[in-house]
Ligand binder design. Structure first.
Ligand SMILES: Cc1cc2nc3c(=O)[nH]c(=O)nc-3n(C[C@H](O)[C@H](O)[C@H](O)COP(=O)(O)OP(=O)(O)OC[C@H]3O[C@@H](n4cnc5c(N)ncnc54)[C@H](O)[C@@H]3O)c2cc1C
Length: 555
């Protein structure tokens, strides 16, 4: 369905937002609320980007993330926008081989450590040390997300929040940020100082992206308690913001791929050669694309140098890991899965851990790919899939209306690298590789945790890093923006997140998972709001007067 196409008659706007993911939707809704003439342009026919739910044969699947974490951002956003999103808790289970733990509260951390001790009896002391660290991280998280993000509060009028909550919290927040910044080293390195057994280290860290900052990874126990799920699927969040935009008079044009940005003329052009004029532009899509398609602006020498440097840095860096997701329609009732795990499940079929399989071996495999036979690649794939950790989601266990009666929809995913699929595609056996990947995923899961799976798959759909790249336009099929290397091409410190939305291009702001790192939905929303704030702050007096007179007219 295309939204608001008929409404777009004149192609000149106060603001244009490119990218209808959660960041672009957030920017657009706040610009519309500020009374701007705003247009959101999205390349796909549906909105939400990686926050999207699709339907096939009566089964609803979340195409991107599987559940939401508030992080002190999502619920305040909904409250500020007066959006009544129906949500349910999204309980998490963790499993290793035959042992499955349902996370119910902070006390489950003790049970998790017992589970680890059962599988790694030699590592009791190390596990106790890890438990203390996770508890410390959880306390820091309580402070970090302890108050609603002030960006979504009306500080002028909500003096109670300002004086009773925010101001007393600020000094604790600053101390906490200092402590968090000391835990920025990659989780793999950090764990080496805590745990001797390499398999155990793998089991704890292998479902994170390579070099995930230690704090971010170890905070996940808190996040497990925080997950919630919109009734109808994660995509309902995007739909609710879309509806609010339209209600506020914002315009949305889907099916529109932006292929050129001309900053000096304040013009963008789509693939059908339609041009749109803006006073301010928010780019809420892949950043490499922006720098590839933006014409170099005519700037004073110093500013031009900053632009050239930023462009070179952005184009040099790579997107982070991607994901393979299998969406399965299963001819079995929800109860047969619900009696084993909850609807959000992190499962590791082997205590052995991935070891070098994912990094060193994969690196070598990619380097020598042209000399290797299909059998060599598939032998590596066997190890990669059987030793890995799966994220499994069962939407029907969170909302029964998301599946036909008596059936189950299952989403199984594994983190993976774009380059692997790229190499296989170049070698012209992508379909075969995807089919081998799919069979192995189903076999490993059937042989371990869900035996009923194997003979009851009605239909399977697979998303790979290549399909994510082509659907979302995300470099390297990345699902949370930049890879976590030591040097980031964007801001990565929360206390200066405000600057993350600035670009060296005049009147162009950036938002979303490429604007700040590490990102995810909460940071994409936050940068979306920050970008809108910058645009609003840059309004000329003329526009302010127009806004004021509109408000008076409305009264
Ligand atoms: C499997 C999976 C699990 C995840 N798990 C979590 C999690 O647990 N927690 C968490 O916080 N995050 C998670 N994420 C990440 C999270 O979903 C993303 O970081 C977030 O949704 C990014 O939002 P965005 O708006 O910045 O970008 P996107 O969602 O990528 O939106 C960008 C939009 O721009 C459009 N676009 C691109 N190029 C153009 C162009 N040239 N012209 C017009 N439109 C264009 C795209 O089509 C897209 O709709 C997960 C993601 C995946 C895929």
């Amino acid at each position: 369905m295309k939204y608001g196409e008929q409404a777009v008659t004149e192609n000149s706007y106060d603001s244009i937002v490119v990218g209808g993911g959660i960041a672009g939707l957030t920017s657009t809704v706040y610009l519309a609320l500020a009374g701007q003439k705003v247009l959101l342009l999205e390349k796909n026919n549906e909105l939400g980007g990686l926050v999207n739910t699709f339907e096939r044969d009566g089964f609803h699947f979340d195409a991107g993330l599987r559940a939401l974490e508030d992080a002190g951002i999502i619920l305040p956003l909904l409250q500020e926008l007066k959006i009544d999103l129906k949500v349910v808790k999204s309980p998490v289970s963790i499993g290793i081989e035959k042992d499955i733990l349902h996370i119910e509260g902070i006390e489950s951390l003790g049970k998790y450590c017992e589970l680890l001790k059962k599988h790694y009896p030699e590592s009791g002391e190390d596990i106790e040390r890890l438990k203390k660290i996770i508890l410390r991280v959880m306390k820091l998280m309580d402070v970090l997300y302890g108050v609603e993000n002030p960006l979504f509060k009306d500080l002028k009028n909500d003096t109670r929040f300002l004086f009773k909550k925010l101001l007393p919290w600020l000094p604790r927040f600053l101390i906490t940020v200092g402590k968090i910044n000391r835990m920025q080293m990659p989780v793999e390195e950090y764990l080496k100082g805590v745990i001797k057994d390499s398999s155990l280290r793998d089991i704890i860290s292998q479902h994170f992206f390579a070099k995930t900052p230690a704090f971010f990874a170890l905070s996940y126990f808190s996040l497990y308690l925080d997950y919630f799920y919109p009734k109808g699927g994660v995509g309902k969040l995007a739909e609710a913001i879309r509806d609010k935009i339209l209600k506020q008079g914002g315009q949305i044009k889907t099916g529109t791929l932006i292929t050129s940005v001309v900053p000096d003329e304040h013009v963008i052009i789509d693939s059908r050669q339609n041009s749109y004029t803006y006073k301010n532009l928010v780019w809420a899509a892949d950043l490499k694309t922006l720098y590839k398609i933006a014409k170099a602006p005519d700037l004073p020498e110093k500013a031009k140098a900053v632009f050239d440097e930023t462009k070179a840095s952005i184009l040099k860096h790579k997107g982070g890991e991607s994901v393979v997701s299998l969406f399965l329609e299963i001819d079995q009732p929800l109860e047969s899965f619900g009696s084993i795990s909850s609807g959000h499940f992190f499962y590791t079929p082997s205590r052995q851990g991935l070891g070098d399989t994912h990094h060193k071996e994969l690196q070598e495999l990619l380097r020598d790919f042209d000399q290797l036979s299909k059998q060599d690649v598939l032998a590596w794939l066997d190890r990669f899939i059987s030793l890995n950790t799966f994220e499994i989601s069962i939407p029907g266990l969170k909302d029964r209306d998301l599946v036909p009666p008596g059936k189950t929809g299952l989403i199984i995913s594994l983190l993976t690298r774009y380059e692997l699929f790229e190499k296989v595609q170049e070698a012209a056996w992508l379909d075969e590789f995807e089919s081998e990947f799919q069979q192995r995923m189903i076999r490993v899961i059937s042989d371990s945790v869900y035996p009923q799976l194997k003979d009851n798959v009605l239909k399977a759909i697979m998303f790979t890093p290549l399909s994510i790249q082509s659907r979302i336009g995300s470099s390297e099929g990345a699902i949370v923006g930049w890879e976590f290397c030591n040097e980031m091409p964007v801001i990565n410190k929360i206390q200066i997140a405000d600057r993350a939305v600035l670009t060296p291009l005049p009147s162009i702001y950036q938002a979303g998972q490429w604007a700040y790192s590490p990102a995810g939905v909460p940071m994409s929303i936050l940068t979306g709001k920050l970008a809108a704030n910058k645009v609003i702050a840059s309004l000329s007096p003329g526009i302010l007067q127009r806004l004021r007179s509109r408000i008076f007219k409305a009264r």
